[in-house]
Write a protein that binds this ligand. Structure first.
Ligand code: FPP
Ligand code: MG
Length: 344
């Protein structure tokens, strides 16, 4: 996202910049400095007494990432009187470590070769290392959550349940009579929306925001979180691997129908007959996969899917009316916009 105008990224320091434009300089500086605290803390949390485990657990952390979830914790915390507390930084580490853990497991399930522009852990080592490193990172996240108290532990456990349910649901077909779009949106809300909603909720709680603001930010996070995955799924089709740091078309190859696919399948245009046929076929074949990717990239379903995500971002922004007007609300609005039209 560093190519976006207004997005700061201090390349020289090797630290992640803010993955969104923040117009207010003071707010941008506060967020940047706390994100650096989070980064230093994360580097410590992935250290194990076994050097090999440290190496494997540092692998994807060091490979990059936008730190979207920690940033949302820090931003939501600005809605209360204690945005600078150690608990806010700890909560930001909890969500990033949980996310990181899920990536190690996800790449095993997807047999993915690339992540964040680097070899996935399963490609670099093997599935066993990747799975156990994911477990290690999730355990580290849980240890940290214990420092935040029983409510935070319960929230993290519920989030983990939703993450895993969403991920399992993705491997299943929609139930009898169930709308495939509804099934897909349930998957997305579970596997991605839940942790992003928890990021906003943790920020609001540990920043000391009122109950109303906590509820508004949690609802905002659920919508923005799902929108983030919908954009990711569009990018899986639209982008090249040098842009995304991942292998394009993974969902198609795995037979996982995502928003553009569901929308293209609904087309009754005879000109789409070949695409519809391909979308019902086994796309592990390289030639069929490439043909499908080309047809889908040029299909109006791509823009239809993008418009749906922009609409969701609009819904999320409406929920922010519970917050006072000002730079923090503006930044949360920008966050929803950036997620809806993300390019990485
Ligand atoms: C990415 O989906 C996957 C997720 C957001 C969730 C994965 C969750 C698990 C594997 C459950 C286990 C969780 C933990 C915490 C150990 P994607 O494949 O569509 O996205 P991608 O394009 O980034 O690969
Ligand atoms: Mg994946």
């Amino acid at each position: 996202m560093n190519a976006d105008p207004g997005v700061s990224r201090p390349e020289e320091s090797g630290l992640p910049g803010l993955a969104l434009p923040v117009l207010d300089d003071d707010l941008a500086a506060r967020l940047q400095s706390r994100l650096e605290r989070v980064e230093r803390a994360l580097e410590g949390h992935v250290v194990s007494r076994a050097p090999f485990v440290t190496e494997a657990a540092s692998h994807l952390l060091a490979a990059g990432g936008k730190r979207v979830r920690p940033l949302l914790v820090l931003l939501a915390a600005e809605c209360g009187p204690t945005p600078d507390s150690d608990e806010v930084v700890t909560a930001a580490c909890v969500v990033e470590l949980t996310h990181l853990a899920s990536l190690y497991h996800d790449d095993v399930m997807d047999e993915a070769a690339l992540r964040r522009g680097a070899d996935s852990a399963n490609a670099r080592w093997d599935n066993h290392v990747a799975i156990l490193t994911g477990d290690f990172l999730f355990s580290k996240s849980s240890e940290l959550t214990a420092d935040l108290g029983a409510d935070a532990v319960r929230i993290q456990a519920e989030t983990f349940t939703a993450l895993v349910e969403g991920q399992i649901l993705e491997t299943l077909q929609p139930g009898p009579g169930q709308d495939p779009l509804r099934h897909y949106l349930d998957v997305v809300a579970g596997k991605t929306g839940s942790l992003i909603a928890t990021s906003a909720r943790y920020g609001a709680i540990f920043g000391g925001a009122s109950g109303d603001v906590q509820a508004a930010l949690t609802a905002y996070g659920e919508i923005v979180g799902s929108a983030f995955q919908l954009s990711d799924d569009i990018l899986d089709i639209a982008s090249e691997s040098d842009e995304s740091g991942k292998t394009p078309g993974t969902d198609l190859r795995e037979g996982v129908p995502t928003l553009p696919v569901l929308m293209a399948r609904a087309s009754t245009d005879p000109a789409d007959a070949r695409l519809r046929e391909l979308l019902g076929a086994d796309l592990t074949d390289d030639a069929l996969h490439a043909e499908t990717l080309t047809l889908l990239r040029a299909h109006p379903a791509m823009d239809e899917a993008r418009a749906y995500v922009v609409d969701q971002a609009g819904r999320a922004k409406q929920l922010l009316s519970a917050l006072p007007e000002g730079p923090v609300r503006q930044a949360l609005e920008a966050f929803a916009d950036v997620i809806a039209v993300r390019s990485t």
